[in-house]
Design a protein around this ligand. Structure first.
Ligand code: C5P
Length: 218
């Protein structure tokens, strides 16, 4: 049980969170949801009332907020300035603003540094996000890129959030576009990532496929 870092990237609704948590659990590893970190900073930005378009003010909030990230795959948690924000960061206000906040390069620098510290301290960890295999942990033991059809992703998210399907599909399309076209560390498939399309594959199949890949590699 030495060091083992698994990077899981992909767009929203591709199954990253479920797959990453299950895999971490199966490996007896920790789990880091980097999207929750961008969401928690966004929560702090909204709370502070600074202008979302003011990169300098947004960066200041990102640098000052005290984030605590729990990395237990059975109960991941996030606090910002001592407040449990697990529920609020999934709400529509944060979801609408997070792509703008995560596009600020200086915000990314702050969070990537924190993510690397958490990974280093954990040793064995499954990390999910958009830029994990490409930027945060380019030396990961396994890099996975999960995809699924736009329809399947919207369907999953709207079921999860009990939200309208058409509105969810529009929101996903908007975030995918912003996340993959931004200048700083866009959503990108690392050249050495294993690509899995989860449109037809069940969670169990994906997790066991990844476990096989890990065994093959060690
Ligand atoms: O994964 P989740 O949908 O919670 O991520 C929320 C947002 O955080 C994404 O839409 C993206 O803008 C940003 N993000 C990012 N880099 C990551 C993880 C998330 O830019 N590694």
């Amino acid at each position: 049980t030495g060091r083992c870092v698994v990077a899981v990237d992909g767009p929203s609704g591709s199954g990253k969170s479920t797959v990453s948590r299950r895999l971490a659990d199966a490996l007896g590893a920790r789990y880091l949801d980097t999207g929750a970190m961008y969401r928690a900073v966004t929560w702090a930005v909204l709370r502070s009332g600074v202008d979302l378009d003011n990169a300098e003010s947004v960066t200041k909030v990102a640098g000052e907020v005290d984030l605590k990230i729990g990395v237990d795959p059975a109960a991941p948690s996030v606090t910002a300035d001592g407040i449990a924000v697990d529920r609020d960061i999934r709400g529509p206000e944060v979801t609408a603003a997070v792509s703008a906040v995560s596009a600020v390069p200086a915000v990314r620098e702050i969070l990537v540094a924190l993510q690397r510290q958490i990974i280093e301290a954990a040793g064995r960890i499954v990390v999910e996000g958009r830029d994990i295999g490409s930027v945060v942990a380019p030396d990961a033991d396994l890099k996975v890129y999960l995809t699924a059809s736009a329809e399947a992703r919207a369907q999953r998210r709207s079921t999860e959030n009990a939200a309208d399907l058409a509105a969810t599909a529009a929101d996903l399309a908007r975030r995918d576009r912003l996340d993959s076209t931004r200048a700083a560390d866009p959503l990108r498939q690392a050249p050495d990532a294993v690509v899995l399309d989860t449109t037809e594959l069940g969670i169990d199949e994906v997790v066991s496929r990844l476990r096989e890949l890990l065994t093959g590699r060690r």
